[in-house]
Write a protein that binds this ligand. Structure first.
Ligand SMILES: [Zn+2]
Length: 154
């Protein structure tokens, strides 16, 4: 590791510990030439999660896009932005665990639906109408009917 002060190539590590978030190793180093100290971080290389779209094209998973969809579905509902952000974070880590590198866009929609259904039925139907891409009003009505049946059961 090159010293940023004098350019000397040898240093000794005087302290090494995980960052608070646990996502990196922080090393305190001392230059063997000028004795000045500096810090380096070692992180796992971030591998982007790719989303396979309906037409087969791939694009990187976009948190902002999912959040926007959820916001649109929850306009005028009593759901806070931080609730939605939690949903997005949950979904992202679930996707990473289940799919690793590539995930069909449909799966993301389904995960979002599942979570919305738990917190807000109206938002759920709104989001469903976007993500399931209803072809006509009949499909949408069927979805609503299904929802009402589920509500009746409770
Ligand atoms: Zn140095």
């Amino acid at each position: 590791m090159k010293c940023p002060f004098c350019g000397y190539l040898e240093t000794k590590v005087i302290d090494s510990r995980a960052t608070e978030a646990g996502d990196a190793i922080r090393r305190r180093r001392e230059c063997l030439e000028c004795q000045r100290r500096f810090t380096t971080y070692e992180r796992q290389e971030e591998i982007p999660l790719m989303v396979i779209k309906k037409n087969g094209q791939r694009e990187p998973f976009d948190r902002a896009k999912l959040l926007k969809g959820l916001q649109r579905a929850t306009v005028k509902r009593e759901i806070t932005l931080s609730q939605l952000e939690n949903i997005v974070t949950d979904i992202e880590s679930e996707l990473r665990n289940q799919f690793k590198y590539e995930v069909p866009s449909k799966e993301i929609g389904e995960m979002a639906l599942k979570r919305l259904r738990e917190i807000d039925k109206v938002a759920y139907v709104r989001f469903a109408s976007v993500y399931r891409e209803f072809k006509d009003i009949d499909e949408f009505t069927a979805e609503l009917a299904k929802l009402h049946r589920n509500l009746d059961k409770k």
